[in-house]
Design a protein around this ligand. Sequence first.
Ligand code: NAD
Length: 445
Amino acid sequence: MKITIFGTGYVGLVTGACLAEVGHNVLCVDVDQGKVERLKQGIIPIYEPGLEPIVRENHASGRLAFTTDAAEGVAFGDIQFIAVGTPPDEDGSADLQYVRAVARSIGAHMTTSKVVVNKSTVPVGTGDQVRAEVQGQLDQRGLSLTFDVVSNPEFLKEGAAVNDFMKPDRIIVGTTDPHSERLMRELYAPFNRNHDRMLVMDLRSAELTKYAANAMLATKISFMNELANLAERLGADIEQVRIGIGSDPRIGYHFIYPGCGYGGSCFPKDVQALHRTAREVGYEATLLDAVEAVNNRQKSRLIDLIQRHYGGAAALAGKTFALWGLAFKPNTDDMRAAPSRVVMEALWAAGARVQAFDPEAMEETQRIYGQRDDLMLCGTRDAALKGADALIVCTEWKSFRAPDFALMAESLREKTIFDGRNVYDPQRLAEQGWRYYGIGRGLSV
Ligand code: NAD
């Protein structure tokens, strides 16, 4: 099948590469000329395990091409995917300008019938707006062409995106049109062989399913963080509690890790956008409000612990902190809404310096913060420790899980760790003379 994808970010590029990998012919369109040029040369703009080889191989085989020319993109695919960003607007609602712009491009250039498939995460009702934008352009051109708008939200996780796309838990398709459903079944058949994972529903339900999934996951994290803060005050260890409740199959062990808050490009913005949508239809979504508030507070939790240890914000001036983990989670270079940013910015505001290391997000950190005297980006995990007053862990990369504590003690000025992901064993560290602060661990108080 011939597929066009607008947007070559985390979702668009993975979608394009995976569809090409199973044999479809894919043309990816992006407005970012530099990105398109790099992709043509086989340079992948993001870190995503397993993505680079499939982009390179499929590009070389001619099944995956890149362009900035929207007209060429519209002419190419029978299916036109929209996979552009939907960042938060000032009021928290999803900014749909990029989605609308693509819809207008499709309407402005199409000369045969198309199926427009929206993969971006968009508020309920956006499908109708996309339809209106395409139709508006067709009307202006005096053309009467048939087209359908389908919702096909994406559930891939950054860091495991290729695997998630190749082996999806479910493929949600929002359409009531039999022709579109047939086309989507044909498109996804290679990913759907083991058993039928396609769930076909009306467009609005499909749009809401994506927000519901992310809001549920964010709620689980905020719930655990709420309990962690309580555990700390009660002298309990949230890690024991986590294991205790996870054993109930109705609760389960997945996604109930407490920590220094969720970040990334999806949970914060999607919870906010759903909250905003609720308001627009006259419903006050109290739970969503709380999920967001708990998370915002949690991102400052490490700073609270650090200030408590040193005796207030003023005492941080002139201190140096080693910081392990800049990306919002392991296996990605994405730093959008990352808790590490809140921690670093608070330390800088208090006059402290940061020596940071992340296995993949160093370039992104450099791009965001540029050159500054109070930030040293270090080439290795161990280099970041040299001469620092204490270590802060913001992301649970595997390579941080079993460090040589004896060696670390030689590099740091003080044997102090602020562990935002509860990676280490407080008891063991206490026995070795460390001051250990985790999230919601009775032993830290
Ligand atoms: P991204 O910011 O990484 O990429 C978006 C791309 O769209 C950019 O390269 C940008 O240049 C391009 N673009 C903007 N306007 C364009 C236009 N008119 N024509 C062509 N390209 C254009 O975004 P992302 O992380 O891939 O997310 C895309 C959507 O998918 C969002 O709605 C997001 O919420 C959703 N989503 C993201 C993830 C994730 O893990 N990142 C997972 C599921 C769903």
